[in-house]
Design a protein around this ligand. Sequence first.
Ligand code: N01
Length: 506
Amino acid sequence: MTVAAQADDTSVRSDSVRSEPVRTRALIIGTGFSGLGMAIALQKQDVDFVILEKANDVGGTWRDNTYPGCACDIPSHMYSFSFEPKPDWRHMWSLQPEIFDYLKGVADKYGLRRYVRFDSHVERAHWDEDESAWHVFTADGDEYVAQFLISGAGALHIPLVPEFAGLDEFEGESFHSAQWNHDVDITGRRVAVIGTGASAIQLVPAIVDQVAELQVYQRTPPWVMPRPNNALPEWIRRVFTEVPGTRALTRLGIYWAHEVVGFGMTKQPALLRVGSWLGKWNIRRSVKDRELRRKLTPDYRAGCKRILNSDTYYGGIANPKTEVVTDRIDRFTANGIKTADGRERPVDVVVFATGFHVTDSYTYVDIKGPGGEDLVDRWNREGVEAHRGIAVADMPNLFFLLGPNTGLGHNSVVFMIEAQIRYVAQAIAAVDKAGVKALAPKRSAQDEFNRQLHADLDRSVWSTGGCSSWYMDSHGRNRTLWGGMTWQYWLATRRLRRSEFTFSGR
Ligand code: N01
């Protein structure tokens, strides 16, 4: 690899605005699993690249989310790179610090930090037809020019705080779960957690013993499956480390166990009844109060919203310090939260575990393709679609990792990311082999892919399960999840079909 694009000279950034754009062959956005994995693939392929990272360290989701109890809900032997196994994970479902350490370790092992421009928040990009290159601009005015633009930003990184009336009058502390304010001491305070999704069910049991009073504002109850997650004993970790094949077999077992759930979600939603039984049992064993049990029991099919896992959530909810509030939040006041029944509860600290801007996450970067076509306008008009969830018709050399409809409700997204990385690497190789400068999927190929995808999604539990979820856009179309088994996605992206692309720029 040539050194022209390496960020050695600027890995410690200067504050002065650069006058000359930085030129490279590939520009990667983000340093989570996607960005780091892509960088490793490009290194192997000897393609020059620069990585733009909005924060001051690598790690993506696992750097940002530091709330108490933060952990992964997919077992780590599966939620890690296939080419970079870690046999000695301390828990089956790892806690955030260990996953963050893992990603930092991967970045260091492959020497990736020197390619990263930290504190570089990408704001806009446009395609220059004469040059066959993307011009990319960061918030502080730096310009980058690259033949290929690869977003590894994902869709779960822009915190969503709902616009509650009176929020600006509230005099206590408040923050989003993904922006946990560690300077605020919650010990002995009255704390409100808004939301009962994946983040809330982890943080509620983690903080309940510390606070004086915990109000949990629940709009829709989640299905929560039992999950023991004690630290793995030393001998098991030694077996994974020392006995050949045990870790790989475990990974395989985890993969297929999760695929069975995926089969229920995508092909046979009726099978998910088993999930409802398990979820109800999980409530019954921790919650004795009948009225509280009723409040906590979902009325939609398990799997319609993300299935959650915890052995401790309902214990935290049943704690005498906890109150589950199901009345709608009417407004915030200077001292607390007022619900629709007219009752005001005083609060010292509010945690918004209210999720992320997902189906509108694309509106946060301004991308203009050939002829100045605005991708945000196109996706607003036509819905968010990409070819195989990665490349976009008539948008040359533009790739999304974990792009439209490639998230999962049942298995490890790292598996999807690796399939996409291989596909993007093949696309770059195909451009080089053809002796051209760019490629973009044909409209017809993209339309056909999405027609089949949405036919599958229409039969899935996400469409038929009787819930509303952040998987759906404002028109009720699932723009977030893959509609089949993950091995089907692997097959669909295993070989880039040149006939599905238009090549340009000699
Ligand atoms: O967010 P969510 P999250 N008034 O969107 C409620 C990943 N993740 O941060 O269900 C009142 O799931 C909303 O209510 P409702 C994972 O992919 C992974 O918890 O819309 N309540 C819901 O209860 C996950 O799925 C891990 O009715 C309001 C909650 O806020 C994704 O991140 C760990 C409201 C939002 O739940 C998001 O999870 C954590 C309002 N106006 C997160 N607006 C892993 O382990 C929203 N809510 C890998």
